[in-house]
Design a protein around this ligand. Sequence first.
Ligand SMILES: NC(=O)c1ccc[n+]([C@@H]2O[C@H](COP(=O)([O-])OP(=O)(O)OC[C@H]3O[C@@H](n4cnc5c(N)ncnc54)[C@H](O)[C@@H]3O)[C@@H](O)[C@H]2O)c1
Length: 252
Amino acid sequence: MFELTGRIALVSGAGQSVGEGIATVLARQGAAVIVNDLFGERAERVAAQIVAEGNTAIAKAFDVTDYEATVAAVRAAEAELGGQVNILVNNAGVAQTRVIKPFRELTPDQWPPSIDLNIYGAMNCVKAVLDGMCDSGWGRIVQISSGSARTGQNINYSMYATGKSGIEGFIRHLAAETGQYGVTANIVALGQQANLAEKMTPEMIDKIITTIPIGRLGDPIEVGAFCAYLASNESGGMTGQTLDFNGGSQTR
Ligand SMILES: NC(=O)c1ccc[n+]([C@@H]2O[C@H](COP(=O)([O-])OP(=O)(O)OC[C@H]3O[C@@H](n4cnc5c(N)ncnc54)[C@H](O)[C@@H]3O)[C@@H](O)[C@H]2O)c1
């Protein structure tokens, strides 16, 4: 079950945190993983760690918001691995240059980073691999999103939520267009993950945890396991869905 041997997976933004967990698990299930990140050293570290476990990975540093760079890197990785990408996990979604402020305080030049990364970055990766998936009759696309896409929150995340809800709409239409080719596309809407603890005080984390029924933050390896299911043959009957993976949080 959930065997990925013989598959080639591209995981964007996989140089740390959630993407690292996803790349690690896909490789443990047998996929050859292209570990992408904006920062070469992050991608190299994760790829080396996967190889040290006895699995297959290569690092490819590129900016997913740059279409030409994305296509060139994907073609180069495919040549190196000797096959086409047939699993894509669009994980990169936290823009380096995003400005976290209430919308009233944002100026129009500060709107694009989260929207560009979450919408165009994800679309660029899809475009780079979609023909190969459709022509071969098999493909799996997993879009990492957030509960913020569907729930208003007073946490200065309006641009991030705009990007996430935009890409969710795209993925639903993509799923409708590509099901006939054996290509599925699903959305995983995450709740707060373990790396939040690096950004907040223990008191803030304790408060957040009271809103999460399982009583803890998310674990990237568990997210990876869910992505492995969505990337597998066995998930072929599910497409176009938004699946909450948030510890049961009602606030999303
Ligand atoms: N961490 C959470 O609590 C949480 C909650 C909900 C949803 N998510 C989603 O999960 C995904 C991963 O989040 P995370 O917290 O692990 O992020 P992170 O910031 O810890 O790691 C993301 C990685 O993406 C890379 N990256 C950023 N811009 C890129 C670009 N243009 N091209 C290629 N790589 C790029 C970064 O260098 C970084 O290494 C995101 O889509 C995020 O929106 C996270």
